[in-house]
Design a protein around this ligand. Structure first.
Ligand code: ASP
Length: 334
């Protein structure tokens, strides 16, 4: 078994803390020397792609990471990516959409405490991630706290506890106890596709709240937003009386800007037929994101719009988004 371990940054290889802030450190170069037990799992090659606190990750980093993984996969049995927890769910979701054909595992991991700390979760997470990357799991997953979660279903739920991630609408792909239990809902292996780096970062995500002034969103639309993700209430409801968002939907439609509606509720699904606010949003052209996480909906929209921008004779951004959200491409919705 041969694995590629790509370092992108995050707490796992940071130093500092108490009182100095935790910061990326150069000792990342020695990851395998720091944890030689990894050599017992597989022959592991390492690559330092970035060394960032993940709050500094940008869409172009996702594309570079995805391109690196895509180029490496034919030569390895699996890839492990060390990543900060803050934006790991975004990166995992983006990778799931940028790597539509996977026949082997791509496992992200990180930790809440650095490997250099005596009491740390880094060792277990890294060992688990490498172990899982040797298995027949053709998905982008997040290995954390003895579970493997589908990357495009995961979200960071805890900034303190060791169980940082959850995937409220999807059972874990694998659970690690004395042995490893693999779920029956894994995606089937898919033939890798040619890598397409196109992505549209000019997407705006806005959480509705009582008092949200629609004029702020109208201003954003005219400032160049190419796609709008509204994290609406409950089943996908938006205000339609005072401070109605319906004029925003009208303006978006006239600018060929797709509006996708996800839910602020971590569990359950958007159902735009259930309440008047949802019905009005659907009539205004909004696209429901089902039970997708906001991270998945946002990155899926960016990737879909990247394709739409690049295609000659394309039918437009709204059409491209509607097509993309009509079905799950990486197990991102039920
Ligand atoms: N701020 C860190 C990061 O996301 C947090 C972590 O790794 O847990 O890079």
């Amino acid at each position: 078994m041969k694995l590629l371990l790509i370092h992108t940054g995050g707490t796992l290889m940071m130093r500092g803390g108490d009182p100095a802030p935790l910061a990326p450190d150069v000792y990342t170069q020695d990851l395998i020397n720091e944890l030689p037990v990894l050599r017992k799992i597989a022959a592991i090659e390492t690559k330092i792609l970035f060394n960032l606190d993940s709050s500094n990750m940008q869409p172009h980093h996702w594309v570079e990471l995805a391109a690196t993984v895509h180029a490496a996969l034919p030569r390895y049995d699996g890839v492990v990516i060390v990543h900060g927890t803050d934006t790991m769910a975004y990166t995992a979701s983006a990778l799931a959409f940028l790597l539509p054909g996977l026949d082997r595992p791509v496992v992200l991991t990180g930790s809440q405490t650095p490997l250099a700390d005596v009491r740390n979760d880094a060792r277990t997470n890294l060992v688990d991630a490498c172990h899982l990357a040797t298995m027949r799991i053709p998905e982008v997953g997040i290995a954390f706290n003895s579970r493997l979660l589908r990357g495009c279903r995961a979200t960071k739920l805890d900034a303190w506890g060791m169980s940082a991630f959850g995937s409220p609408s999807c059972a874990p792909l694998a659970e690690l106890g004395v042995g490893v239990q693999i779920g029956t809902h894994l995606l089937a292996p898919r033939q890798p596709e040619a890598f397409d780096p196109r992505i549209e970062p000019r997407v705006l995500a806005v959480r509705t709240f009582p008092g949200l002034d629609p004029r702020l969103l109208l201003g954003a639309l005219t400032a160049g937003v190419r796609g709008l993700l509204i994290e609406a209430f409950g089943a996908g409801n938006i205000p339609v009386m005072e401070n109605s968002l319906l004029p925003v939907l009208d303006a978006a439609r006239s600018l060929d800007v797709p509006v996708v509606i996800a839910s602020q509720s971590p569990r359950g699904s958007v159902d735009l037929g259930r309440y008047e606010g949802g019905v009005a949003a659907a009539a205004g052209g909004a696209i429901g994101a089902g039970d997708m996480t906001s991270e998945a909906a946002l990155t899926k929209l960016m990737v879909a719009l990247g394709r739409a921008n690049g295609e000659a004779g394309a039918e437009g951004r709204i059409h491209a988004a509607r097509e993309a959200f009509a079905h799950a491409s990486a197990g991102e919705m039920s």
